[in-house]
Structures are given as structure tokens and as C-alpha cells.
Design a protein around this ligand. Structure first.
Ligand code: 13P
Length: 254
């Protein structure tokens, strides 16, 4: 597929997989995907498996991501993980502001923006998630909601930092439901986000930012979604837990 930006496809394993299961999955992906150069590939295991997975993918084309981090540096924050700790495992990406964290851990745009800033300052690339709820879409408020998340969650980044940030558009109603946004629905919101990034930062920066789609991405819908001009990759949940499904999503997207 001829794309303006290199696709980035990441697996968000969420709160799944023991260390042994993570190793099986990582080793399987290394084997299946070893020849892929057209797509940037990342896996985001739970914290407990970062070390093991980091070693398993060490000499491969698969990069490591974490699912969250603290906005603080090292110090008295019981139960939290500093960006510097993630760097120890050669972590490249960190998912921030996933809708599950916004909903269950009450993460605000302001907190996500502080985390994104801290990630960049430590040399991690944030994958910042935004997305509307079903009732927002049904009441025609998708752009209002996503627009305000974009403005709030990326506030304070420099244009250079924005360029190194991945945005993940994940409509909440499509997550884990088997209900994918149509490729036209995804493209519409992605184009809206890119336009807005042009307003907030500048056109050149907006053109370089990669915007992933997430929400029930599967081997059979990946190609159609990825073929949209402003869809630059995928953030995959359920289907990333299986070697065959995740590999097929990537191979079908090339
Ligand atoms: P599913 O692919 O399971 O719908 O999850 C999407 C997601 O939340 C990825 O971050």
C-alpha cells in the first residue's frame, strides 16, 4: 500500500498475559513478522512482562511500548511507574489516555498532557488516545468531544514533540464490541484531527503526525481501514493477543 506516512501498527495487550504467555506471543510475532519492513510494529505488554518481552524482541523489527506511565519523575509515588524506568527496557512508545484509563482511573486531558510532556522529556514517544462515546456520536458531538480531547491532551507540546507523537483515534463504542467504525467514519474523524493539528501547531507538523485507528480492528477489516488517506496505522486490542490475528492484520495492511 502506498501511504504518505509509514504505517504504525501496535498491539495493546491491556491486562492480559502472564510472563510465559507474553513470551510465547512475542516469540511467535518475531517469527511471523521478521520480513516486514513496510510497517512500524510495536507491542505493549503489561508492565510485568516488559522485561521478558524486551529481551524476546531485542534483535527484531518489533518495538516495545508500555500502556501507561506517571507524569512524575522518580520519587514518592507508590504504585506508579516513571518514564525513566520504562526506558530501562528499551521501551520506545507509551500509550497515554486510553479510554479505559479515562473512564476507570478518571484520567483528565490535563493529566494526559502532563504525561505526554514527561514522556517526550525522557525520550519516549507517546501514543495519545482520544475518542467519543456512543452518546456523543448519536448527538452529533463527535468533533466537539474529540476536538477538546486533542486540544487538552496535547497542550504544551512543541511542534517537534507533536511530530514524534502518535495519535490514536479510538471511538469508545468500537472498543471490544466487534463494532468497527466504517472506513469512511474513521477517515472523517482522522481528517478532522489532522486539520485541527494544523490549526494548533502548523500544516507541516500536522502532515507528519501519524494517526492510528483503534476499535475492533481485525484481519478482515484492516486493509480497508488502512487504505484511508488519513489512517496511518492501528492500535489493536483483542486481536493483538493472538500471533496469527496480529500478524495477519499487519500483513494484510502492507
Ligand atoms: P479492541 O481491538 O479489542 O476493540 O480494543 C481496541 C483498543 O482499545 C486498543 O487500545
Amino acid at each position: 500500500m502506498d501511504k504518505e506516512r509509514k504505517l504504525i501498527i501496535a498491539g495493546n495487550w491491556k491486562m492480559n498475559k502472564t510472563v510465559a504467555e507474553s513470551l510465547d506471543l512475542a516469540n511467535g510475532l518475531v517469527r511471523e513478522l521478521k520480513d516486514v519492513t513496510e510497517v512500524d510494529i510495536a507491542v505493549c505488554p503489561p508492565f510485568t512482562a516488559l522485561s521478558a518481552v524486551s529481551e524476546a524482541i531485542l534483535d527484531s523489527n518489533i518495538r516495545l511500548g508500555a500502556q501507561n506511565m506517571s507524569e512524575h519523575g522518580y520519587g514518592a509515588h507508590t504504585g506508579e511507574t516513571a518514564a525513566g524506568m520504562l526506558k530501562e527496557f528499551s521501551t520506545r512508545y507509551v500509550i497515554l489516555g486510553h479510554s479505559e484509563r479515562r473512564q476507570y482511573q478518571r484520567e483528565s486531558d490535563e493529566l494526559v498532557a502532563a504525561k505526554a510532556k514527561a514522556a517526550h522529556e525522557t525520550g519516549l514517544k507517546p501514543i495519545v488516545c482520544v475518542g467519543e462515546q456512543l452518546e456523543d456520536r448519536e448527538s452529533d458531538r463527535t468533533e466537539e468531544v474529540v476536538g477538546s480531547q486533542i486540544r487538552g491532551s496535547l497542550a504544551g507540546l512543541t511542534a517537534g514533540q507533536m511530530e514524534g507523537t502518535v495519535v490514536a483515534y479510538e471511538p469508545v463504542w468500537a472498543i471490544g464490541t466487534g463494532k468497527t467504525a466504517t472506513s469512511a467514519q474513521a477517515q472523517e474523524v482522522h481528517a478532522f484531527i489532522r486539520n485541527l493539528l494544523g490549526d494548533i501547531f502548523d500544516e507541516d507538523t500536522a502532515k507528519r503526525v501519524r494517526i492510528q485507528y483503534g476499535g475492533s480492528v481485525k484481519p478482515d477489516n484492516a486493509r480497508e481501514l488502512m487504505s484511508q488517506p488519513d489512517v496511518d496505522g492501528a492500535l489493536v486490542g483483542g486481536a493483538s493477543l493472538d500471533v496469527r490475528n496480529f500478524s495477519e492484520i499487519i500483513l494484510n495492511s502492507i
